[in-house]
Design a protein around this ligand. Structure first.
Ligand SMILES: Cc1cc2nc3c(=O)[nH]c(=O)nc-3n(C[C@H](O)[C@H](O)[C@H](O)COP(=O)(O)OP(=O)(O)OC[C@H]3O[C@@H](n4cnc5c(N)ncnc54)[C@H](O)[C@@H]3O)c2cc1C
Length: 469
């Protein structure tokens, strides 16, 4: 009976609405709402678009914080939380052990000022606590990445699905949203008394849902045109380009060293101020590892402009520059004078990399340190501290990739996640022009923005109910 009344309300209130998505089973979940209620006394509903980390976090928190709110989550595919499942090699790199907001924001090439406001409300500390309260303990690895102690992403998925079930979030799969339209309303007829009459959400399959609040949490899109259904709301988009990718160096002899890791390489992109230091992995197609991935994130836009043709310069010794090394060289020469240079690598570099650098410097590995000619010595000094490599193309980093670009941040309030252009529309996750470096920072942003949107929606919807009462 309750279901029939509630459905009747929606048909009554929104004449062109059809609700074929409410099959019998789904309808039974609907809460009773009297048929003669006006638009401000009926049960308010939020529709969340996207069944990823941000969408789920928004849904479960909104439903928990305001139990009177109807929460519907729409996912266009038949899979929920698919990136959570594959991330971190199937372990889900939930967040990063970075607990100061001032440090945390530095891990995001785009959005740091915006994020400062958000992270004060919900940061890594809150995230860890949130999962602990739900029985998920996180552990920290040596590089700072945080995972569930179970080492499987299924733990995170189970936790979010359990919350969704507990708080009666209605999850609808195979529902792709194609447009959001503001419903015309006048002050007295509006659901919130502020003239906002809610939204019609049109799905690709022809269904239309109405919602009082909408959270857009549909992840990053690789092409600008894919944002059209959102730009029609008046929002602008920073053009999407990939972030977190590895560098291709086709036919470069360094690729013969695939699998070798230089633990502390400093990598610069010529013609820019971009440089990063850290582990560098040589692959069969070029270079990867944290130093390269960080560069790809910070340089996402400028590298896209070069069409991924640029030069990098590598200092294999990290911080030590050529001049400092030149000054230290006589001591090294003396210390290892009688040893074959191929056998004595005083820099702790991997043996295969050392042999390669000697070869590139035209040095015979059997020569002794004391016999090294000045010309070859100079070449070795240069190759150790500033070896150039041409990059031709990029390869998606299979472990983690994100989109740089998305909804412009100056159109969204970082403390509420509400659109500054359209009241009661919220954004969360990668759809925003925010992206982090590798290591759990992208999920942290998804949790943070999802939580803040949920909190704001819960507050707004409860305040509306209070006014009515
Ligand atoms: C392989 C891989 C590994 C990663 N590993 C890590 C990691 O270890 N640590 C980390 O921090 N980050 C990682 N990331 C990045 C991280 O997964 C994302 O930043 C994060 O998932 C973003 O969450 P989201 O909810 O905003 O978007 P998504 O997870 O992309 O979810 C968006 C959802 O919305 C749905 N959708 C899109 N359009 C519509 C529509 N019109 N209607 C309905 N539904 C729609 C999509 O199908 C999708 O399910 C990884 C990414 C990848 C690809």
């Amino acid at each position: 009976m309750a279901d029939i009344l509630n459905t009747a309300f929606y048909i009554f209130h929104c004449k062109r609405i059809t609700l074929p998505h409410y099959g019998n089973a789904a309808m039974q979940k609907l809460t009773f709402a009297p048929m003669n209620m006006d638009s401000s006394t009926r049960q308010q509903r939020v529709v969340i678009i996207g069944g990823g980390a941000a969408g789920f976090f928004c849904a479960v928190n909104a439903a928990r914080l305001n139990p009177n709110l109807k929460v519907i989550l729409l996912e266009k595919t038949s899979k929920l939380l698919s990136k959570v499942r594959v991330s971190g090699g199937g372990r889900c790199n939930v967040t990063h052990a970075c607990f100061e907001v001032s440090n945390l924001v530095k891990k995001y090439p785009r959005g740091d000022r915006f994020l400062k406001k958000s992270f004060h409300l919900f940061n890594t500390n809150h995230c860890i606590e949130w999962f602990v309260q739900r029985g998920v303990t996180l552990k920290t690895e040596v590089d700072g990445r945080m995972f569930s102690i179970t080492d499987t992403s299924q733990t995170i998925i189970d936790c979010l699905l359990k919350e969704a079930n507990h708080y009666k979030v209605e999850v609808m799969m195979n529902r792709e949203v194609k447009s959001i339209e503001q419903r015309a309303g006048v002050i007295n007829d509006s659901f919130d008394g502020e003239g906002n009459a809610g939204f019609d959400i049109q799905l690709l399959n022809g269904e239309v849902l109405i919602a009082d609040y909408v959270t857009v949490a549909c992840g990053g899109y690789p092409k600008t045109a894919m944002f059209n259904w959102l730009t029609r709301l008046g929002h602008t988009v920073q053009a999407p380009v990939p972030s977190l990718f590895t560098f291709n160096m086709p036919c470069n002899p360094i690729t013969a060293l695939m699998g070798v890791v230089a633990e502390n390489a400093r990598v610069k992109i010529t013609g820019t101020k971009l440089e990063e230091q850290g582990p560098l992995l040589i692959t069969h197609w070029g270079m990867s590892g944290p130093a390269i991935l960080k560069l790809s994130a910070w340089g996402a836009r400028v590298l896209a402009e070069t069409n991924y043709h640029f030069t990098i310069v590598i200092n294999w010794l990290g911080g030590q520059n050529e001049q400092a090394l030149r000054e230290e060289w006589p001591k090294l020469r003396l210390k290892h004078a009688t040893q074959k240079i191929g056998n004595r690598n005083p820099f702790g570099l991997p043996a295969r990399l050392w042999s390669y650098l000697l070869l590139q410097s035209e040095i015979n590995e059997d020569i002794r340190w004391a016999e090294l000619p000045a010309k070859q010595q100079n070449k070795l000094l240069a190759n150790l501290t500033a070896q150039p490599f041409e990059v031709n193309g990029k390869t998606t980093f299979k472990e983690e990739f994100v989109t740089c670009g998305g909804i412009s941040l100056n159109e969204v309030d970082g403390q509420t996640m509400q659109s500054k252009l359209v009241p009661n529309i919220f954004f969360a996750g990668e759809i925003l022009d925010v992206d982090g470096v590798t290591g759990g920072f992208n999920f942290q942003h998804a949790w943070t923005s999802g939580w803040i949107a949920a909190q704001t929606i819960a507050d707004k919807s409860m305040a509306t109910t209070a006014i009515v009462a």
